[in-house]
Design a protein. Structure first.
Length: 273
C-alpha cells in the first residue's frame, strides 16, 4: 500500500508539475541499450526480409529488362532489314522508270554453288509470263538471261558464267565487242578487240542490241584493265560488271518492246510508263 500511495503521488506530481522529467530522461538513456538489444532481432529480421524481397525484385526486373532489350533489338534488326529492302526496291523501280521497259520484280530463291558456274533461281516463272532468253537486270545493269522456265520459278544464267556471251559496245565511241564471262564474280572479258582499239579505263560498256536478245543501251560494266601483250593481235580487256551480281536480292524481268505483243501472260506483268 505504501508503494502504491507513493506511485500515485509521483505520477500526480509529474503530470501536473513535470518535476520528474530529468529523472525520466536519465532512465531512458540507461534503458536504451536494453531496448536496442531486445529490438535487434526484429530489426534484423525486417532488414533480411526487405533485402531478399529487394534482391528478388531486382532480379525479376533485370530479367524483364533483358527480355525487353532482346525484343527491341530483334524488332530494330527487322526494321533495318525492311528499310534496306525498301531501298533496293526503290532503286529497282527508279531503274525501270529510266529504262522505259515492261518489268516485273522477282526475288532470288537459290544461287548455284558449283565452281565456275554462275546461275541463280528466281521466284517467277511461266505463270507470270517469263520465257527462255528473257533479259534480267538489277538497278545497276544487266545481270543475265533466263535459260529455263518452270511454272513457278526460273533459272537465270549470269553474264559472268563462262558459257555466256553478250554483244556490247563502248558507250563513248560505239566500238562493238563481245563480253564473255570468266567464271569470276566481278570480271568480264571483251574479246576480239585489236591492240590499237580506242578504249580507255573507265569507259562505260553497254548492250549493243545485236542478236535481239538484250535491248540496246543497258549498262553492262566499266572497263577496269587493258592488257597489251607483245606479239598478240588482240588486247586483254577486263570489265567490271555494273550489276551487283553477288549482292542483289531482287531483280527485274524485262519484256523488250519488240516482243510485248508476243509474250504470253502479259496482263500479269507490271507496266512502267
Amino acid at each position: 500500500m505504501l508503494f502504491l500511495a507513493a506511485s500515485i503521488v509521483l505520477m500526480t506530481a509529474d503530470h501536473r508539475h513535470r518535476h520528474l522529467e530529468s529523472v525520466r530522461s536519465a532512465l531512458s538513456v540507461a534503458v536504451y541499450p536494453l531496448q536496442y538489444v531486445v529490438n535487434l532481432p526484429v530489426v534484423t529480421g525486417r532488414w533480411i526480409s526487405e533485402s531478399l524481397i529487394t534482391r528478388s525484385m531486382l532480379t525479376e526486373e533485370n530479367r524483364r529488362l533483358r527480355e525487353d532489350h532482346l525484343l527491341l533489338n530483334s524488332r530494330l534488326q527487322r526494321f533495318a532489314v525492311v528499310e534496306e529492302e525498301n531501298r533496293r526496291l526503290r532503286e529497282l523501280l527508279e531503274s525501270s522508270i529510266e529504262l522505259r521497259e515492261r518489268v516485273l520484280v522477282a526475288e532470288l530463291l537459290a544461287v548455284e554453288m558449283e565452281p565456275f558456274r554462275r546461275q541463280i533461281v528466281i521466284n517467277k516463272g511461266r505463270r507470270e509470263g517469263a520465257y527462255d532468253g528473257q533479259p534480267v537486270v538489277d538497278a545497276g545493269g544487266i545481270m543475265g538471261q533466263v535459260i529455263h522456265v518452270g511454272p513457278f520459278s526460273s533459272t537465270v544464267l549470269l553474264i559472268t558464267d563462262p558459257s555466256h556471251a553478250l554483244p556490247v559496245q563502248v558507250n563513248r565511241n560505239g566500238l562493238r565487242a563481245i563480253a564473255v564471262g570468266t567464271g569470276r564474280d566481278n570480271v568480264l572479258l571483251l574479246e576480239h578487240l585489236p591492240t590499237n582499239a580506242d578504249i580507255k579505263r573507265g569507259d562505260l560498256v553497254v548492250s549493243s542490241g545485236l542478236g535481239h536478245r538484250f535491248p540496246r543501251g543497258y549498262p553492262v560494266g566499266v572497263i577496269a584493265d587493258i592488257g597489251l601483250e607483245p606479239g598478240e593481235s588482240f588486247a586483254h580487256v577486263e570489265v567490271t560488271p555494273s550489276a551487283r551480281l553477288g549482292q542483289s536480292r531482287e531483280v527485274l524481268l524485262v519484256w523488250p518492246q519488240r516482243i510485248e505483243e508476243e509474250t504470253p501472260g502479259g496482263d500479269e506483268v507490271a507496266a512502267i510508263p
